[in-house]
Each structure stands twice: as C-alpha cells, then as structure tokens.
Design a protein around this ligand. Structure first.
Ligand code: SF4
Length: 888
C-alpha cells in the first residue's frame, strides 16, 4: 500500500478524515470538511490501537482453530438447514454501526433478499433508531436536513441530550469556535452538568425523560407568541393545529411545564424567548433524546418547533441528529435496520416489488423483522435458532445483559465475526476473525450525510478477512453466488448507489445514483461527498458535489402531535433513584480498542457511579467509597463519585466497562429494556435503582505483567492496562483469608510460579501487607494491602519496575514505596490532558500557584489543551472550580 493514505476515523459519527503517513504516524486530514485537520483524543490515539497482540487471527469452531473453508461451510450448512427446518425467520443477523456501508449492504441483501427474512438489526437500534423513526414520521423519509456548517453560522445552538464535548469532540470544537468568533448563544439541555456546559449560556437540567414537555412548552410558546407566523411563505406542513393542541395539553403553562420538568420557570422562559426570537437556530441532539421509551416523540417534539418556525434546511437552521457510531448513517442508507427494507424504502407493496426486481431476489422479506430487544428474546425462547453477530458485543452492550447472555447460550447456533475476543465471542459456536480499521476498504457516512472513503493502509493480520467477503462467501455456499459476484467493495458500492436511484425519479431523497458510474479508480479516489448525488443533478462536475442541505418538502412533511409519557419505569420507594448511562471522553463502546491504550485509560481508569452529594449523604455514601447498585435486573458494585453535576435523585454510570475489565461487568446488567413503541429503541437512561453503601475493610493494589484477572479476586476489582502490564485496583468487604489459605490466596493473586521469590513486608498492627514476586531478578508482580487508600503506595513506582531487574537491596525499598495520598493516579492526579499527561492535581496546583486565569494561560504554562483540544472543557471547568473554591 502506497502511503500516505487518506481514510476516516472509526469512532464517532463526526466522521473525521485521517491521513496515514509513510513514517507510520496518523494525523487529522486538513482537506476533510468534517474536521479540517483536527482530531480528538480518541482519534489522535488511534495509532496506539494498531497492535495485533490481542487480535482474533484464525476462525474457530467451538474453541478449536479451523480453516476458512471448514468454518464457512459449517455456517452455510447450518443456516441452510435452519431455513429448511424452521423457516427463514429462525435466522437472524445482529450487525453494527462499525461496519462499512459495503459490508452492511451485502448483509442486508443476503438476509432480506435471499434468506427471506428481515431479521437483521443493528446496534444502531440502541443508538439512534428513534431519530430514524422521528425523521420518517416528520419528513416521510429518514432525512437529516442540516449539516455541520449550520453550526458555524447559527446564532443559537440548542444541544439536547448530548455531551458533545466528550462524544463528538471535534464538532464541539467547531461549536466553541463559532461561539468565540460570532458570539452565538448556546443552550444545553441535559439532566447532568457535563463538560459541554462549559460553553453554555444557559444549562437546563430537566428531570429524566421530560424532554417532550420542554419542547411541547416551546411549541405552545411559539404558537402563542406569533413566532410561527413569521415562517417563510411556504405551505405549512400538515398537522400543525393538532400538534399545538397536544403541546398545550402536555405543557398547559410555563409554571406547570417547569414543574413537570423540574426546572426554574425563569430559565425555561429565557430559553423559549431566545428560541422564539432567533432565526438562525440549530437544535443538536443525540442519545439523551433517542435512548428513551418516548424517544421518537422527543425527536418529533424538537422537529415540530423547527417546522413551525420554518427553520429547517436553510443555512444556520434545523434539527441535527448526531449519530454515535462512524457508520450508523451508512447502515440507515442500506436498510440495515429490521424496520427498513433497503435504500430508504420500506415494506410497502411498490417498494417490495422494486427491490425484488432489482436484486432478482428469490424470496424477499415482505414485513419488518425483529428489532434488537425482540431478536435476542426470540433467541432465548427458541424462535431464532441461528444468529450471526457481526462487529458488536451484545453480551455487554445490550440492556438486561444477563438475559442476552442466556439467549446466546440457549440459541443452538451462534456465529460471531469480530476483530478482538469479547464477552460475546466467548459464547459463540463459531468465531470468524474480521479485518479491523486500517485494513478495511469501503465507505462510511457521517451525521451530516457525508460519504467518505475508509481506505486500508496495512494488511489484515493472520487469516482476518473483511466482513463483506465472509458474507459473500456464505451467500455463494448457500447457492446464490451469481447475485453476490463482487470482486471488491467498489462493485458493492456501485450496486448500492444504483439501487438508490432505481425507479427513484425524485421519490426518495436518498439518491446517490451518480456514484453508480464510478470506475474502480474513481471509487478509490472518491472525495467526501454529501448525499443526495443524483444523476439528474446535471453535468459531470456538478453531480459529484452533492447538496449540503436538504430542502424540506413541506407537502411531504408533517407535524406529529406528541403527548408526554414519563419513563416506562418510574422511580418509587423501593427503587428511589433513576440511573442514567453514557460515555466518558477517551473510551469507545465496550473498550475493545481504546481499553488497550494506557494513555486513553489514564483519563478515567475506573468505572464509577456519580451521585449528588445530598443523596450520598442521605445514604451514607462517601466519595470514593464502594456502593452496591441494584435494579430489578441485577446488581453491580462500583466506586461512588460525589458530583454536584448530578440532579438530586438521579445517578450516572458509564457504559464502557465489561467483565474483561472489572468485577461489576457491564452496566447493561442492571439496565432495563423498556423500548420506544415506535422505534424499538430501549430506554438506557432511566432505570430505577437503589444504592447502598458497602463497608470496605481493606483496599489493595495489584500490579502484574499478565492481563487476565487472577482467580480469587475480591468483591471489587478493576483492571487498568499500563505500560508493561496491568494495574488492578482492589477492595474487599470481607476479611482477607489468613494462615495457610491466606498464603495460597496471595500466591494465586500474584500468579507466583514455584520459581518465584516472594519478598514480604507485613505490619499487622497497621493492617499493611506488601508482597513482590521476583522471577530471575525481574519483578513479575506486586500486591499492596492497606486498611485505607492512604496506606497504599504510589502506583508509578511498581509500574515502572514491572518486568525490570530489581537488585536485592532495592526490593524492600520497592515495597516501602512512598505515600500516594490514596490516589491511584499518584501525585499528578487523574489525567486530564492525555496528549501531554497533565493530571488534575498538577492543574489545580498550577492554576493557584502560577495564577493562571484562562485556558490559554494553562496552555502556555503546561501545554495542556494545545494539541487535540479534547480537554479544553475540563481545563475551563478546573478554572471555574478553583475560582469557586470547589476544587477537590
Ligand atoms: Fe474520531 Fe474524535 Fe473525530 Fe469522532 S471527533 S470522528 S472520535 S477524531
């Protein structure tokens, strides 16, 4: 492969361009319109994820290594037999927004056109299915009318249910730059005070699940204040009167709206006044809106306000949904959700006929298939008997994770294709090794409908292969080789583009027909382009340009009357707190990629429960103390963090950690699966829970070279990859074993071999015990036990010594360590700036001692914030905390 290669980031829906350079470095692509050269901390750390050490390299059949032919034959035979015996609906695919559009297209065609079922759903169901459903209800098609440039020129940007600063950082930086350049106002609507709020002019923290009320109140206000009358002269979309009537019912007065949403009436009134009087208004939203049992109504409540004021599809105006995954949009385009057919066509008779003829499909699915929650339920009850999971980890990421794992165990045949071992591959009958980012070749579409090439710049390791190849090979083995005769992704892309234009004639906005004529070389060189890209757009030069905004056809658009429904399960006396879940800045999904990078782990190395200090005080929960978090679905033990950013009565847990990284396992273990009745998207942000403090008898730190958690771990442990090995934070609520069983436990935890020399320091009176396992003069592992965190030494010393020669006279000194003030992060504190390794304590000290007054001052003094910029909101937060005297 000839470098440099221009490709696209595999993380979030911003879709930043990346250049893989000949010297092995990666950099932001200055020519890519989504990021113009910028990358966030995750994107900037991608080079550190290109390590094949933990990769799946060969197909496996029930744990036995196998060749591709044997594995593929087994999959094809079993799926064919399942169809013959039980019908096509006994087969399912569960795919991913990580797939490239070409992979997605082949999977969808195979399932819906040839297997004959629509049982293909995607983890995007958990991410933005409510946006899809809301767009279809409002526009008749899944159209995102706006684009990123709108953020640059808007006068008011309303950010709803989105911590852009951490989840879409480069777009957030554009928003911050727009505010700095033109003074645009920013309103953040989020129950938590997140990093995004650092640039907000107004933060509204509504009660969980009340967004419909907030936007119903806004629509009622717009109607009452005459703001709707100023809409541009075009026919108003249908349903306006009914929508306003429903809004007035949901939000009869400002006082009642504020009361239901738990907001100050004056704050709400200010937001309504700003929205009513600001022509150039963009509303950005993401998972906080979508992941709800009323998610589709929330989306429509937002869109209603833009339709009512005509602020849509014009510069600086419109609703803009942000997708979580790099190719959630590509999946929507091909029809990779069970509720769509293909290329923005549904299950109407004309669409079924059209797609059947285009694919020459022997048995086209004629009705929607099972959505994610129902698909795994069907696997549990035996209705789905063969399930192929591609590029996703539902054993951790799905709500009611224990039930999903039971389904994977109950289902007779599970195939998983992935790049790394996960808690899902562990439960598979057949594991297929997939090509990863940097090796795959195809396209992705970002949140603003921009199609970009993801190009390979390294060969796949071992026997790993692209997903489209595996799917095509299965189709061929099942007798459909003629319809899947693709030589490579360019063939697939041309067919996908041709289907989008097939008998379209302006009926469907998703039309990339002009790209169906690309040569192989043209596909290789394809520049980022927004759809639609129609043949009808005119001469060759113009038709590849695409349209930045989609003008909304008000004849097709409609208002949707939205009534307020509280979360499906409300907190009550038994389950008094509402659990919200979400992301942290430097981790991605279930950490298969980012979890292996020590630099990214440094920002937030342990899972946690954020709780308001007043709730914590009532429950006897201390900052850093252990808590048991229980719901109707399960229990996890986590470390508590006291946070004034939480609403009273609401708690937050990040979604990333799994059984591979901590004793708590995935938060999905305690999250409910109540789904939106329209979109089928589960409510991941409002599960009633109770929280109980756990008395902790001892704390521990284990540093060892080997990765897996050793047997005999206590009730709380977290594994944190560090340079040269693994750091485990431990805590126990039971006394440690003593005597011989204590010795056996220590050997087990240290992983000490018979050849190991054990160095011991014990002070029983203080409850301090320290052990080092030395093999051939080199440090293999250390274990430190203390009653309190302050009794543990700084971790850096033992991490630095791991795997190195430790002279006999230095061994006791190693165990003595020096006091870390109880922090796993040492003197510097938790890392805030991963680019320059600046910790929070260092930051606070520098602000105070060097009288730093701005983010620019911090940059000059410590370099923090001067590279990728992802930490800038936290730097601003640190300044605010020091000023307010709330720095911890
Ligand atoms: Fe990747 Fe960060 Fe850009 Fe998202 S914002 S695409 S994670 S570099």
């Amino acid at each position: 492969m000839r470098l440099p290669v221009r490709t696209t980031c595999p993380y979030c829906g911003v879709g930043c361009g990346i250049v893989a350079n000949a010297d092995g470095t990666l950099a932001g692509d200055p020519q890519h319109p989504a990021n113009r050269g910028r990358l966030c901390s995750k994107g900037a750390g991608l080079g550190e994820t290109l390590d094949d050490a933990d990769r799946l390299l060969q197909p496996e059949i029930r744990g036995r290594k196998a060749g591709w032919d044997e594995a593929l034959d087994r999959v094809a035979e079993t799926v064919s037999r399942t169809i013959i015996r039980h019908g096509p609906d006994a087969v399912g695919f569960y795919v991913s927004g990580q797939l490239l559009t070409e992979d997605y297209y082949v999977a969808n065609k195979l399932m819906k056109g040839f297997i004959g079922s629509a049982n293909i759903d995607t983890n995007s169901r958990l991410c933005m299915a409510s946006s899809v459903a809301g767009h279809i209800r409002a526009f008749g098609e899944d159209i995102v009318p706006g684009c990123y440039d709108d953020i640059d020129v808007a006068d008011l940007v309303v950010v709803v249910g989105s911590n852009m600063a951490w989840c879409h950082p480069v777009l957030y930086q554009r928003l911050a730059a727009a505010k700095a350049a033109r003074g645009s106002r920013i309103v953040v609507i989020d129950p938590r005070r997140t990093a995004t709020c650092e640039i907000a002019d107004l933060h509204l923290a509504p009660r969980a699940g009340t967004d419909v009320v907030v936007f119903a109140g806004l629509l009622a206000h717009l109607a009452a204040s005459g703001a709707c009358d100023k809409a541009p002269a075009q026919p108003l979309a249908a349903g306006f009167d009914e929508a306003v009537e429903a809004a007035r019912e949901a939000a009869p007065s400002l006082a009642e709206t504020a009361s239901v949403a738990g907001l100050a009436p004056a704050d709400l009134a200010r937001f309504y006044a700003w929205f009513a009087t600001t022509e150039r208004t963009v509303t950005v939203f993401s998972q906080g809106v979508n992941q709800s049992s009323a998610g589709t109504d929330k989306v429509n409540a937002i869109i209603n306000c833009h339709l009512a004021t005509g602020r849509i599809g014009r510069p600086g105006m419109g609703p803009l949904s942000l997708t979580g995954q790099p190719n959630a949009m590509g999946g929507r385009e091909v029809g990779g959700l069970a509720s769509q057919l293909a290329a923005h066509m549904g299950f109407g008779a004309a669409d079924i006929d059209r797609v059947q003829r285009f694919w020459d499909a022997p048995r086209l699915a004629t009705r929607p298939g099972l959505k994610a929650i129902d698909l795994f339920d069907a696997a549990l009850t035996g209705n789905v008997k063969a399930l192929w999971i591609i590029g996703t980890n539902p054993a951790d990421s799905m709500p009611r994770a224990a039930r999903v794992r039971a389904a994977l165990q109950a289902c007779p045949f599970i195939v998983v294709s992935d790049c790394w071992p996960t808690d899902t591959t562990r439960l598979a009958d057949i594991v297929l090794p997939a090509a990863a980012w940097g090796e795959k070749d195809g396209t992705v579409t970002n949140s603003e409908r921009r199609i970009s090439r993801q190009r390979p710049f390294r060969p796949p390791p071992g026997a790993a292969r692209p997903d489209w190849w595996m799917l095509t090979e299965i189709a061929r083995r099942m007798g459909w080789g003629q319809a899947f005769r693709y030589r490579g992704p360019a063939d697939i892309f041309r067919e996908h583009a041709a289907l989008s234009a097939f008998e379209n004639a302006g009926r469907r906005v998703f039309d990339i027909g002009a790209l169906a004529q690309l040569s192989d070389a043209g596909y290789d060189q394809l520049q980022p382009v927004q759809w639609p890209v129609c043949i009808a757009d005119g001469p060759k030069e113009a038709r590849f340009r695409g349209r930045q905004r989609v003008p909304v056809d008000t004849a097709k658009a409609r208002f949707v009357a939205t009534a307020y429904r509280p979360p499906a399960q409300a907190a009550d006396e038994a389950w008094p707190l509402t659990l919200n879940t979400g992301r942290v800045r430097d981790q991605w999904h279930t950490m298969t990629r980012t979890g292996a990078v020590p630099r990214l782990m440094a920002h937030c190395s342990e899972p946690f429960l954020d709780i308001h200090p007043a709730d914590a005080g009532r429950l006897g929960v201390a900052d850093g103390g252990l808590v048991r978090v229980e719901s109707r679905f399960g229990t996890v033990v986590l470390r508590a963090r006291l946070s004034h950013g939480q609403r009273l009565g609401e708690v937050f847990v990040p979604m990333h950690w799994t059984d591979r990284y901590c004793s708590a396992g995935p938060v999905g273990r305690i999250v409910g699966a109540a789904a939106d009745p329209v979109s089928g998207q589960p409510e991941l942000k409002a599960t009633p829970v109770k929280v109980t403090a756990i008395a902790t008898l001892w704390r521990g730190v284990l540093v060892r070279r080997a990765a897996p958690a050793p047997p005999g771990m206590p009730c709380y442990w977290v594994r944190i990859p560090v340079a040269g090995g693994q750091l485990f934070e431990l805590a126990g609520s039971e006394p440690l074993p003593s005597g011989r069983s204590g010795e056996a436990w220590i050997s087990e935890v240290l992983g000490a071999s018979p050849a190991a020399e054990l160095v011991i320091y014990a002070d029983a009176r203080r409850g301090a015990f320290r052990y080092a396992s030395i093999v051939g003069d080199r440090l293999e592992a250390c274990l430190f036990i203390a009653r309190e965190p302050a009794g543990l030494p700084a971790r850096e010393v033992s991490i630095a010594a791991l795997g190195r020669r430790v002279a006999a006279e230095a061994r006791l000194a190693l165990l003595a360590g020096h006091d870390s003030a109880g922090s796993p992060d040492g003197e510097a504190g938790r890392t805030v700036c991963t680019c320059f390794g600046v910790g929070l304590r260092t930051l606070y000290r520098a602000i105070v001692e060097r009288r730093l007054a701005s983010v620019a001052d911090i940059g000059s003094a410590l370099q923090a914030g001067t590279n990728c910029g992802s930490c800038v909101p936290e730097l601003a937060g640190a300044l605010r905390h020091v000023k307010a005297g709330t720095a911890l």
